[in-house]
Design a binder for this molecule. Structure first.
Ligand code: SF4
Length: 326
């Protein structure tokens, strides 16, 4: 297999959790060239990954789809690994006649896959890092899961060194793009930020462009020790920023996985999602959650009165922070 196409997943956190699989695929086929097909907003992430030789950003629409198919045909890929499990994600490799098409079974994809990986219950309760590695199953043993790793490029590190001078930084990520159900409350993040500031930390508030107003509100309420970086960083700069933090307090989101992948200590707040499958990979993290029978519900909006977050007090999250910054 010399020419490998990877169809990447659509969410930042999932994309980070696929990185060990990309490395394992590259190692399984020495001398191969790997191209990753991805939504434009994740292109920067794959550009940081040494296993990836080429990033192919793509958008929606019929004409761009036809252009993509023509390009994939020209490049004569030997195999396509499709990480998302939607029918749509597998269509371009199928129409382009890539001879081996590997993906997870489901969503009526039988005819478009040559190698369909069964998603049994055990696989579904595995950590997502291990789950994605299963795509190697048709090519021999599946390697053990290893931690995702992001090495920010020099430009991003230089930017972070200028914008986060000194060593005493802590990070807060109060948003959750997926939906409000995953969000611990801004006023509680503000209290954590104030306590970190009282300990001598400067506080970096981060988030995506849609969370800029939330980040501004949280940073302003914390006071002069806080700076709002929400919506103001590229992905590599976000990774470099988080790498400078002594602790990163976050909802279960993409930046949480970025934090784990740059080796920052993470305090990860879980509510509707399942830490068995999406906790930060590795040892340098503390999971904080209030156990409720309805979790994991995986909903974007809570249909009741949000006890998984409502009953998670500041003291519990602060105790986890103190474990990393005392
Ligand atoms: S249904 Fe339960 S687990 Fe889901 S968001 Fe609401 S309280 Fe949390």
């Amino acid at each position: 297999m010399k020419r490998i196409l990877v169809k990447g997943v659509n969410w930042l956190g999932d994309a980070v959790m696929t990185l060990p699989a990309l490395r394992a695929i590259k190692a399984r086929f020495p001398g191969s060239r790997m191209s990753v097909l991805t939504k434009g907003n994740l292109a920067d992430l794959y550009a940081c990954e040494p296993a990836v030789d080429e990033v192919l950003p793509y958008g929606g629409g019929f004409v761009p789809f036809l252009r993509l198919v023509a390009r994939l045909r020209r490049e004569k890929f030997d195999v396509a690994f499709m990480f998302p499990r939607s029918f749509r994600a597998s269509l371009a490799p199928f129409v382009s006649r890539i001879p081996r098409r590997v993906g997870f079974a489901g969503d009526a994809r039988g005819p478009v896959l040559t190698d369909a990986i069964d998603r049994g219950e055990k696989l579904m309760t595995n950590h997502r890092v291990a789950y994605y590695l299963e795509l190697l199953r048709p090519f021999g043993d599946v390697p053990a899961a290893t931690a995702p790793e992001i090495v920010p490029p020099a430009e991003a590190k230089a930017w972070a060194a200028v914008n986060l001078p000194g060593n005493s930084w802590a990070g807060l990520n109060p948003g959750a793009t997926y939906g409000k159900a995953k969000q611990w409350y801004p006023e509680r993040f503000i209290e954590i930020g104030r306590r970190l500031a009282a300990r001598g930390f400067r506080v970096a508030v981060v988030g995506g462009p849609a969370e800029a107003a939330l980040g501004a509100k949280v940073a302003e309420a914390i006071g002069p020790a806080a700076t709002n970086f929400s919506g103001k960083t590229t992905l590599p700069r976000l990774a470099a920023l988080i790498a400078r933090c002594a602790v990163f307090v976050t909802n279960d989101t993409g930046p949480m996985h970025v934090a784990a992948a740059v080796g920052a200590p993470v305090v990860a707040i879980f509510g509707p999602t399942d830490p068995r499958t999406t906790r930060p990979f590795g040892e340098r993290h503390t999971i904080v959650r209030h156990e409720v029978e309805c979790s994991p519900c995986l909903l974007r909006e809570c249909p009741i009165d949000h006890p998984c977050m409502r009953d998670l007090p500041v003291e519990q999250v602060w105790a986890a922070c103190e474990g990393w910054v005392k």
